[in-house]
Design a protein. Structure first.
Length: 406
């Protein structure tokens, strides 16, 4: 400290008071600056990590959004094609292009929507090598198989894949020989099968018969989920008497041909004993039904012999909800309608919701003067007992009018 009496000339010229002050300030500030820089760097690192995580979440959300958009596009394309085919008779294949950057598992998942919408899996297989490999490695795309080319159906569509023509009708692969059938079965892996046989002409029955015999026994019988033989020519004697049939543990839908054959009753017996999940059955020319189907909810009867037979069949299906019946017999239906009204026995078809008598091609021939009063009474009685019909439609014989009483 310099006093007023001190001669400034006597001070040590080597000491700089201002420098001492600045040195002291630096001694205090520099550690603070170093510590602040470290804290700032730590904050930056945390911010960068948070930003990276946000960017990752955004990219993932965009991928999921793009996948959802592609799924919607494929489903809409299939629905539009189906509507055009039904209403305008157009057969159009949806235009598709490769989806870039999706994992194979997600691409396979998207492909299933395409086929479930009723579109051909061959559309996917011809787009690119990646799509072809993914499609051929997804068994669920190849579970729908039609054996036999000719017969009542929409026009065939063909696609060139690996230099070969592959045919399809909607989602179904069309096989006209045993080589194509074997290839289709290999593509389907172990998934449940939906099989359709189309062979109205005896000249075509070779591949149909051989394939039909093959699916009647394990391991293929275990995989059959839907079996449509309505338009198949499978003559008597096709199934040898000593050939076992079944089991069919996965069968949900069975549609039999209109002309009765000796093998039909054997097939029905095997189905009744081994299929515990059957929900839909169409009986063509069956003269009688000796077996019960307690799980069936949807029944179609074409050309039934008489009302007695129909009533016996309905009694064997206590869970039935929908019944469609058509016949050329003029007196068919009178006893059936009276039986639906009878209170002396347990109610016939207590769970019935939809009753369709006749269709566009097979009219309900019973005169309206006899049937109409019973129909009105049937609707009233069902309402009174708390079992109303949701739909009761009759295609009268004398005109194309469809009368709906419900």
């Amino acid at each position: 400290m310099i006093t007023s009496g001190t001669d400034i000339s006597t001070l040590n010229p080597s000491i700089d008071p201002q420098g001492e002050i600045e040195s002291a300030i630096r001694a205090i500030v520099e550690p603070l600056e170093t510590e602040s820089k470290k804290e700032i760097e730590a904050i930056k690192l945390k911010a960068q990590a948070h930003r990276s995580e946000l960017e990752k979440q955004i990219r993932l959300s965009r991928d999921i959004e793009q996948a959802d958009i592609q799924v919607c596009k494929i489903r809409l394309s299939g629905e539009i094609a189906r509507i055009r085919s039904e209403f305008y008779g157009e057969s159009q294949s949806p235009t598709v292009g490769p989806i870039r950057g999706l994992p194979v598992e997600m691409l396979s998942y998207v492909f299933r929507y395409h086929v479930e919408s009723g579109s051909s899996p061959w559309v996917l297989a011809k787009v690119s090598k990646l799509w072809m490999h993914t499609a051929l490695s997804t068994p669920q795309l190849w579970s729908h198989i039609r054996v036999g080319i000719h017969g009542p159906s929409p026009a065939l569509v063909w696609y060139v894949v690996n230099g070969r023509k592959e045919y399809s009708i909607g989602q179904k692969q069309v096989c006209s020989d045993t080589i194509q059938v074997d290839a289709a079965l290999r593509r389907s892996g172990e998934v449940p099968l939906s099989l359709e046989f189309a062979c109205p002409d005896w000249n075509q029955h070779s591949v149909v018969n051989s394939t039909f015999l093959k699916i009647l026994n394990p391991p293929l019988s275990h995989r059959v989920q839907s079996l449509n033989i309505v338009d198949a020519y499978i003559p008597n004697g096709t199934i040898p008497d000593d050939t076992p049939i079944g089991p069919f543990p996965r069968l949900l839908s069975l549609k039999l041909p209109k002309n009765p054959n000796d093998w039909v009753n054997r097939l029905l017996k095997a189905v009744s004993e081994t299929s515990h999940s059957l929900q839909v059955i169409s009986l063509g020319g069956v003269r009688y039904l000796a077996h019960a189907f307690p799980t069936v909810e949807d029944l179609t009867l074409e050309y039934p012999q008489n009302d007695e037979m129909i009533i016996a069949i309905l009694k064997s299906m206590p869970r039935i909800r929908k019944v469609t019946i058509s016949s050329y017999n003029q007196e068919f239906g009178l006893e059936l309608l009276e039986r639906f009204l009878s209170g002396s026995e347990p109610l016939l078809c207590p769970n019935l919701e939809v009753l369709l008598l006749g269709d566009e091609f097979h009219r309900f021939s019973l005169p309206k003067g006899k049937a109409a009063p019973l129909v009105k009474k049937l609707v009233k009685v069902r309402q009174q007992i708390g079992k109303p019909l949701r739909e009761l439609t009759i295609h009268w014989n004398f005109r194309s009018e469809v009368v709906n009483y419900a």
